[in-house]
Design a binder for this molecule. Structure first.
Ligand code: FNR
Length: 359
């Protein structure tokens, strides 16, 4: 095979290398995978307005998020258990993130502790993603641990109080090996309601949803975090939820449908983004993820009002294909593609990328 040139090349390499059950785990969407596919289809379906002869001197991809200066608007989305796809697990991800100046949103379901990554000779900008735990004190303890280790921001994922119906993963017989565990969750109460897949018993009346988090839990956590801690909510698709988040003092929103892994037939994030952007009206920054595979996809997300994007599966693809160097290469490729797309639409900076780049 020739050297990989783009995200899809890494996906093909990963598929060829990985155990089919691990591939099914990482690639699958919910149910019939319509939302997962819609994420992939929606960005390329938007057409760009190419512009010519506009001044490009001094062009750059830098953005600021809550005072953090980033070299480019690409972040690594939180995904569980990188040890499933590469022997160096999250350490490989962190090395690639550091080499490319990319914020790494570490999942609380990681196999490597945040302290280990923070202690690397050159750690990346680390953010920490968590789910609300059954006991509020456990959620706060996780957040506090992450902040002590140096996390620059917290991301509370709110779109998965129960697991989605992931039939492709179920069919594959995927099981988490004993060698991999979620190190941050050791010693905490069992995770919030994560019932068996449908067919494994009724969800309602099981008591499992009694622990599902609500806006009160968000307010409780917000009130106990140190002043100035950026708290993001991940998994917002609805403008009314976006407004509620602002009313609860949230500092940033991630428009996401969890890569189409939760509720199938939700809209693509590309389709959901504009209404959330309108509702928020610039009061807090918005990021988006789901189906970002090309620099043109990033440009379109910026054009629709996102400040930046996160990539999920492509990170796992690159790790599986070649560990940290492959992931660093993939991020540089995406950044390079974004630069080409900006140049050919006549935009010098991310702030210049407005709805005018779209037909
Ligand atoms: C995820 N995602 C996720 N999100 C989260 O908040 N915490 C997590 O632990 C995980 N774990 C996870 C595992 C795997 C295998 C995948 C594919 C996804 C969702 C992730 O952060 C992100 O929203 C999507 O992956 C974005 O879509 P793309 O880039 O994969 O299309």
């Amino acid at each position: 095979m020739n050297a990989p040139l783009c995200a899809q090349d890494y996906a093909e390499r990963a598929r060829a290398r990985l155990d089919p059950a691990v591939w099914a785990w990482l690639e699958s969407g919910g149910a019939d995978e319509r939302t997962a596919r819609a994420n992939l289809d929606a960005w390329p379906a938007l057409r760009l307005r190419g512009r010519v002869l506009r001044p490009l001197a001094g062009a750059h991809t830098r953005i600021d998020l809550h005072g953090q200066r980033l070299a480019h608007p690409i972040l690594i989305a939180p995904t569980a258990w990188h040890g499933l796809v590469h022997q160096d697990g999250e350490t490989a991800t962190a090395l690639a993130a550091a080499a490319t100046g990319t914020p790494y949103v570490l999942s609380a379901q990681s196999g490597t502790a945040i302290e280990t990554l923070a202690a690397l000779p050159e750690p990346p900008p680390l953010w920490f993603q968590l789910y609300a735990q059954v006991r509020r004190e456990d959620t706060l303890a996780l957040a506090t641990r992450a902040l002590r280790a140096g996390a620059l921001a917290l991301v509370l994922t709110v779109d998965a109080p129960v697991n989605g119906v992931r039939n492709a993963e179920q069919r594959s017989g995927f099981r988490l090996p004993d060698t991999i565990r979620s190190v941050h969750l050791d010693g905490l109460s069992p995770p919030a309601a994560r019932p068996a897949p449908p067919g494994g018993g009724p969800l309602f009346d099981s008591g499992l949803l009694d622990a599902a988090p609500t806006w009160d839990d968000v307010a409780w956590l917000r009130d106990r975090l140190p002043a100035g801690t950026p708290l993001w909510l991940k998994g917002i698709l609805d403008p009314e939820d976006a407004c509620l988040a602002l009313a609860h003092g949230i500092d940033g929103l991630i428009v996401s449908n969890h890569g189409g892994r939760c509720l199938d037939t939700l809209p693509s994030t590309c389709d959901a983004l504009p209404a959330v952007v309108r509702a928020v009206a610039g009061r807090v920054p918005i990021l988006a993820d789901g189906g970002i595979r090309r620099g043109t996809d990033i440009l379109k997300a910026l054009a629709l009002g996102a400040r930046g994007v996160l990539i999920g599966r492509p990170v796992l693809h690159a790790l599986a294909a070649g560990g940290a160097p492959a992931l660093a290469h993939l991020i540089q490729v995406l950044r390079g593609e974004l630069e080409v797309a900006m140049a050919l639409t006549g935009r010098r900076t991310p702030a210049d990328v407005d709805a005018g780049v779209l037909y």
